[in-house]
Ligand binder design. Structure first.
Ligand code: ADP
Ligand code: MG
Length: 676
């Protein structure tokens, strides 16, 4: 019985040497070989002379006008000279060191020759004489190595396809194939390797991509639905307590906040273990949503923990939540790396006993020495700044602990669908009423002096200003000098009428906190800083963000920085000062000026970062697809996801005969390969 998992050695002509060479390319089985797709095709369609560019590789068709002549240079080199009549023009064709071709080229014969064209000389350096008469040949080009030739790979694929085509099966359900006009897997394999024209190649690739995305999503969604079944703590809270708390807030929740709060509360009260990602643009009001989740958890008799990436943020959360919860049964403690040993020693038993029911801190929260009584909810703020292990460790502090991961850096849809696909996603896609989009302008450094008048107006109106300079040099000392230079310049321009403060990376945490507090209290009006002003810092009287060397920041960072202003009801401004040296730098500035939407910006960021960075998977978090490009083919990716979700949420899909092959695909262990 033929099986796609057969070793390539079953093919005629594949001995130990070829097995080894193929193995180096990652090809061990027939399956591997058939899915070793070409990365491009040489297109041998004939072109008219008039349409050919200089130095273009093309196929031309003509008649041999005279007997070809071999010219020798020394002992080892020779040139075959051919005069080819193409319509009414004569093209000189040469082949280097292939004198034997002369036999195939008698006078008067019509031939197709592929080569590189030189327009000025009207000559072609021949690469290959084509066999096909109609000129429709598409020649697959594979990633090869020095032990195996293109031609050998393509011959082996042909052989394998002929022998195994009958066992190539479709895993994709019939209805989906029909709905999206997909091709059969057999057709895909054939046309990926040997298309008869570019259209065939395109159609095969289209199906191959869809299949790849769809099957990836099926595995993800099936895993998700199985993992979450009945593994979590069901927390019974009192809805009246929730309502009372919401009613005493100085504002009412936006529709988006309300919807997300409902989603979270459903998760908490059900036996499904929550594994939810909360996304919201800067200023969309995630903190209050997190607070309501905490309150529900504590109301239901459990403890909650909130982990933030830095001391400043942890402290800010602790202050904010302590104020918010002052008339409730929530008992807050702050635990960070800075917590003094004596204070820490006093805290730990109170956490263990459950007397403290909300612990806020940094990664200090996940140390083994920190024990909880009954951790019902773990919230991870700015989750991308923690490693997978750190996140898992917090979740494992208790069996079934519900997890809410928050991010103020909107995750591009591509990544939300792939890398975070196993989480439920809640999105706050609405800003509180009265918020005006931040007005953004990009100016060259030389133009900055023209903005000084406007900056003074803002200050005179009682507003405050952030000034940020990036990490330009590798050395912190140099960056500090940059910040200090700008600090001095700003002092010269604006003091004594307005005061200028400085914050930089070399300061101790205590000093940073002090500066932030003074700025918050409006003790100075302009804060010059290196990038240490953290995501999440909240000074609502600040209405202007000036970023020097703005092109040194990524789009996500720029959007975060801009998010520090526009938090109150007055109009805010963002001034990007930069002279970008690259085209990407210019594009980034334009994206910032054109869009205020974090989701749009993050997707653009992923696009602009380009294949180089996207291939650096560790950084981008993108899974490895063979043919699909999750950034460029985003629409197809999300359609595939919708279909997979649809199937997995269909009752009893596992036992539906229509999905039987799909089911075994999804649950296969790695021992049996099927097509994807
Ligand atoms: P982020 O999503 O960036 O963490 P925050 O939670 O810090 O945003 O909220 C930003 C500001 O908006 C805070 O000052 C907060 O009190 C306020 N806010 C949150 N929700 C609302 C609302 N529904 N209406 C008005 N203001 C709100
Ligand atoms: Mg926040």
């Amino acid at each position: 019985m033929k099986d796609l998992n057969d070793s390539v050695s079953v093919l005629k002509g594949v001995g130990p040497k070829k097995v080894e060479a193929l193995d180096e390319l990652g090809i061990d089985t027939i399956y591997d070989l058939l899915t070793y797709y070409p990365f491009r095709y040489d297109d041998f369609q004939v072109k008219d002379l008039s349409q050919i560019q200089d130095q273009e590789k093309v196929t031309i068709k003509g008649k041999i006008a005279a007997d070809p002549v071999v010219a020798h240079f020394g002992r080892k080199r020779n040139l075959l000279n051919i005069r080819l009549l193409v319509d009414n023009d004569v093209v000189k064709v040469t082949f280097f060191n292939q004198p034997w071709l002369k036999k195939q080229l008698p006078v008067g014969k019509e031939v197709l020759i592929y080569g590189r064209f030189d327009k000025a000389k009207a000559s072609l350096s021949g690469i290959k004489i084509l066999s096909s008469v109609d000129g429709n040949e598409m020649n697959p080009i594979y990633p090869a190595n020095k032990h195996i030739r293109q031609k050998t790979i393509s011959d082996l694929v042909k052989l394998a396809f002929d022998e195994y085509k009958d066992v190539i099966d479709d895993v994709i359900p019939e209805d989906i194939i029909e709905k999206y006009k997909l091709e059969s897997q057999r057709q895909v394999i054939k046309d990926m390797h040997f298309p008869s024209d570019t259209k065939d190649a395109y159609l095969a690739r289209r199906t191959a991509k869809f299949n790849e995305f769809f099957l990836f999503q099926m595995r993800l969604q099936a895993l998700k639905s199985e993992e979450q079944k009945d593994a979590g703590l069901a927390i019974k809270f009192n809805q009246a307590d929730m309502d009372a708390f919401i009613n005493q807030l100085p504002f009412s929740l936006t529709n988006a906040q309300q919807r997300v709060v409902n989603e979270i509360q459903n998760d908490l009260s059900s036996t499904r273990q929550m594994n939810r990602l909360l996304q919201g643009d800067v200023g969309s009001g995630k903190t209050i949503v997190a607070a309501l989740a905490i309150l529900a958890c504590i109301d239901g008799g459990y403890q909650a923990a909130l982990m933030a990436p830095t001391e400043i943020l942890a402290e800010q959360h602790a202050n904010k939540l302590a104020t918010l919860f002052k008339d409730t049964k929530v008992n807050v403690a702050l635990l960070t790396g800075d917590t003094k040993p004596a204070a820490r020693k006093e805290l730990l038993p109170r956490i263990k006993s459950g007397e403290i029911n909300l612990v806020i801190g940094t990664h200090a929260l996940i140390q083994d020495s920190v024990e909880y009584k009954n951790l019902g909810l773990a919230i991870i703020d700015e989750q991308h700044r923690f490693g997978v292990n750190q996140r898992a460790k917090l979740r494992q502090k208790n069996d079934g602990t519900n997890v809410l991961a928050m991010t103020a850096t909107p995750i591009p849809r591509t990544l939300a669908i792939t890398s975070y696909g196993e989480m439920d996603v809640s999105i706050i896609d609405e800003l509180p009423n009265g918020r005006q989009p931040v007005k953004t302008a990009w100016i060259k450094e030389g133009q900055f002096k023209n903005s000084v008048g406007f900056i003074k107006e803002r200050l005179k109106a009682g507003e405050q200003i952030y000034v940020v300079t990036p990490l330009v040099e590798e050395s912190e000392a140099v960056d500090m000098k940059n910040a200090i230079n700008i600090y001095d310049n700003f002092k010269n321009m604006f003091e004594p009428e307005f005061k200028v403060g400085l914050l930089h990376g070399r300061m101790k945490d205590e000093d940073k906190n002090l500066v932030m507090t003074e700025f918050k209290n409006n003790e100075f009006q302009i804060l010059v800083s290196t990038t240490v002003i953290e995501v999440g810092v909240d000074v609502s009287n600040a209405t202007m963000m000036i970023v020097f060397n703005a092109d040194h920041f990524g789009l996500a960072q720029l959007h975060q920085l801009r998010g520090r202003v526009g938090r109150g009801s007055s109009q805010s401004y963002c001034l990007l000062v930069s002279d970008p040296k690259t085209e990407t730098g210019v594009k980034r500035m334009n994206v910032m000026v054109e869009s205020n939407d974090g989701f749009v910006i993050s997707q653009k960021d992923l696009e602009l970062r380009g294949p180089g960075d996207i291939m650096g998977k560790a950084q981008s978090g993108l899974p490895d697809f063979k043919v699909g490009d999750p950034v460029a083919d985003l629409t197809m990716l999300s359609v595939a996801q919708q279909e997979a979700i649809q199937i997995v949420s269909t009752n009893d899909w596992q036992n539906n005969p229509m999905y039987s092959k799909l089911y075994s695909y999804v649950h296969q262990k790695n021992n049996k390969k099927m097509f994807d």
